[in-house]
Design a protein around this ligand. Structure first.
Ligand SMILES: Nc1ncnc2c1ncn2[C@@H]1O[C@H](COP(=O)(O)OP(=O)(O)OP(=O)(O)O)[C@@H](O)[C@H]1O
Length: 475
């Protein structure tokens, strides 16, 4: 026997078929499971002013859509942001395991609509005398602990998760039954008692990160998509969102610190340091960022998470680029960039053919894997350069990779160029002594460095402060 609250919502659904004027909508579900729910709502100031829904499929989805409308109509935005599957199920008097799916879908749809409405028009002031911070939650342990530390530090915490990528034709994320990173992050935030919002940045991410990454591969360069993402796409968008939500600061789980002069500084745990990824942020953005993990090691972060009984305490670290999850790099390049297999010659420095490759766009300077393993001498061979037009990959011994200077472009230095004393030439490479040439077009290295790839970011250092950046160009 279903609970009478469930029956009531099913018999008298609240706001069914209602689409308030100027509403933002969010949908969840689809053909794969036969259930579909759409929530439409408007936000003005700090409140949800009107809401409605439409649903098709099983009765539980209709009841869940109706419960969402009742829960959020007229509610403060940050109360609506606390509504998740658990609250929806509770409003229906509890749901059996088989029907919980309906509460998941209705809250997914709610959060898509709410996230868009907040972006479009919310103005949620911070409470008088309190510092509100927006915490960027990925659903992993680092950002969960960042939220914990921000709250313990006295800030009033609101959380946000960005929806960045869905490869709808391939990895099944269109299916409402697939594991959903955003839903996971929301559930972590809600378990911590924090309001959570979803920001759909799929279009910006595709245009600002994935397309340039594909374009750089097509041009034979080695791009840094995480640098672009942090520098141009996600942090900018979250700072705008913070403004809407009355949050003066944005807190993230990055391992980085801030120097006395307000610039970025390498994290205390140099193995986890992510200042390279953040290096293109402008000082104005850095001023609003908070990095509570900057002085911590990863094991210490996991201990804090375990002590606070956060469900993600042992969640494994993410690997590789987020949009490659579930698919290989070459398969992704072929499917999304039209960069399929294009066999060509592997040559030595004299042009003698040593073997075949699968497409010059798939190789990067310094790479050894996927290259003929030995030359005539039995020495391992490395990629020295690629030519996507001729479709050749040139290989040679490791010594041939070493350079003492390299051309750079798009150089930005915060302060006098003479302050640059070192550079990091790959995301996890140790700094090498370096200075900028007088015309700023070259980095002069104190020691030889092997594996400099055109397209990569050179992060310019003054001690452990990130004092600028440049892009490594082709000679
Ligand atoms: N999809 C996202 N939405 C909101 N914030 C995000 C998202 N992905 C990453 N971040 C923020 O950027 C930080 C660094 O991201 P990165 O991808 O390096 O995650 P990570 O080191 O695996 O961290 P975590 O353990 O929190 O997943 C995260 O700690 C989080 O604050």
């Amino acid at each position: 026997m279903a609970d009478e609250r469930f029956e009531d919502h099913l018999t008298y659904p609240r706001g069914r078929g209602v689409v308030p004027d100027g509403a933002c909508s969010g949908a969840a579900g689809g053909a794969a499971c036969g259930d579909l729910v759409t929530i439409a709502l408007t936000v003005a100031g700090d409140r949800v002013t009107a809401a409605g829904f439409e649903a098709s499929g099983c009765g539980a989805v209709i009841a869940a859509g109706s419960a969402v409308v009742e829960l959020v109509s007229g509610a403060p935005v940050l109360d609506a942001a606390r509504v998740g599957s658990r609250e929806v199920a509770a409003a229906l008097g509890g749901l059996s395991v088989g029907k919980l799916h309906a509460a998941d879908l209705a809250s997914d749809a709610l959060h898509r609509a709410l996230g868009a409405a907040v972006r479009a028009g919310a103005a949620v002031p911070a409470p008088a005398g309190a510092e509100r911070t927006l915490v960027a939650m990925s659903g992993g342990v680092d950002s969960a602990v960042a939220a914990l530390l921000a709250a313990e530090g006295g800030a009033e915490v609101v959380t946000v998760t960005l929806e960045l990528w869905a490869d709808e034709d391939h990895d099944g994320s269109k299916s409402c039954c697939s594991a959903d990173a955003v839903r996971g992050a929301r559930s972590v935030a809600h378990r911590m008692g924090l309001p959570h919002l979803t920001l759909d940045l799929r279009a910006e991410f595709r245009a600002g990160v994935v397309d340039p990454w594909l374009g750089a591969h097509a041009a034979g360069l080695t791009p840094n998509p995480c640098v672009r993402c942090n520098g141009h796409v996600r942090l900018d968008a979250m700072l705008d969102y913070a403004d809407r939500l009355g949050a003066a600061t944005l807190t993230t789980g990055h391992y980085a610190r801030k120097a006395q002069d307000g610039l970025l500084r390498v994290a205390a745990d140099v193995d986890k340091d992510q200042s390279y990824m953040l290096a293109r942020l402008d000082p104005g953005s850095i001023a609003r960022l908070r990095f509570p993990l900057g002085e911590l090691t990863k094991p210490a972060v996991r201990t804090l998470a375990a002590d606070a009984e956060l469900p993600v305490a042992q969640k494994p670290d993410s690997q590789d680029l987020c949009f490659l999850a579930g698919t290989g790099r070459e398969a992704f390049l072929a499917r999304h960039g039209g960069l399929g297999e294009r066999p060509g010659d592997i040559v030595d420095r004299a042009g003698a053919v040593l073997g075949r490759h699968r497409g010059a766009h798939a190789y990067t300077v310094g790479q050894r894997r996927g290259v003929v393993t030995t030359g005539g001498t039995g020495e391992p061979l490395y990629v020295l350069g690629t030519d996507v037009r001729a479709n050749t990959v040139t290989v040679g011994p490791r010594e041939a990779l070493a350079v003492r200077s390299l051309p750079v472009e798009d150089v930005v230095v915060h302060g006098a160029p003479a302050r640059i004393r070192a550079a990091r030439l790959r995301s996890h490479a140790a700094p090498v002594a370096a200075s900028l040439s007088a015309d700023g077009g070259e980095l002069l290295l104190g020691d030889a460095f092997a594996g400099v790839a055109p397209g990569q970011l050179a992060v310019l250092m003054d001690g452990d402060t990130v004092a600028g950046h440049a892009t490594i160009s082709r000679r």
